[in-house]
Design a protein around this ligand. Sequence first.
Ligand code: NAP
Length: 248
Amino acid sequence: MFDLAGKIAVVTGGSRGIGRATCVALAEAGAYVLVNYRANAEAAEETLRLIQEAGGQGELLGFDVADPEAVDQAIKQAYDKHGKIDILVNNAGISINQLLLRVSPKDLEMTWATNVNGAIFCAKACIKTMMRKRFGRIINLSSVVAESGNPGQVVYSASKAALLGVTRTLAREYASRGITVNAIAPGFIETDMTSELTEAARAGLVEQTPLGRIGRPEEVAAAVVFLASDEASYITGQVVRVNGGMHV
Ligand code: NAP
């Protein structure tokens, strides 16, 4: 439906879950996809296989988003090879779930390093290449809990709320350069991140969701493809909520 032919896309955390579905969906729409991962090369290879199976094209680009030098080096390598980066999906994320009284400085440091600093490092590295072309799409994966809050997720929800600040600020900073920056706030999506929830916790979350079910990674990926497309050219600084009505 949306045509991304000729576009070069970087998807952080493309090895699993929402990132993997996003890689495949962008490639199906015609983009050449650089599949980032941190440690799980085997899972990233599987993403690449799924891209190729869907008739798409891409390659692996392993780096830790929390390491600014590694980010700069990888994005430079991608730019030197492809001559541009059109789309950046800041999807890599971790969640360390603790009630406030159990939160450690390390929990904060680790979560911030990946979820917030990582997104900023990647945006900084890519935006330079986007400014040269006067075109870019940056899509940040936030979360429903950034807006609703959730007991046991003080650190995670704070990091995801910070990403909304990043989104709105970059949208204002780079609109004049033809670059749009938006966030997607998924609800409860079936991935490794949510696989450890107890049956009772899952049932509780489904009960809070008017559509009455857990979401699929592909349902989030579809929103990414739209925001990356020409059809979304007048949308910037916004939050697209893909949450089954969990938070309205
Ligand atoms: P997931 O299944 O746990 O996958 C996380 C991905 O992030 C993996 O590909 C992982 O790579 C990568 N990653 C983690 N730290 C990284 C780092 N420092 N550098 C590079 N890559 C890194 O997660 P998910 O559920 O698909 O979530 C994807 C995004 O959506 C996250 O930002 C998450 O917070 C957000 N989200 C998820 C849900 C949900 O219900 N699932 C809801 C709202 C928001 P490796 O495979 O190499 O470890």
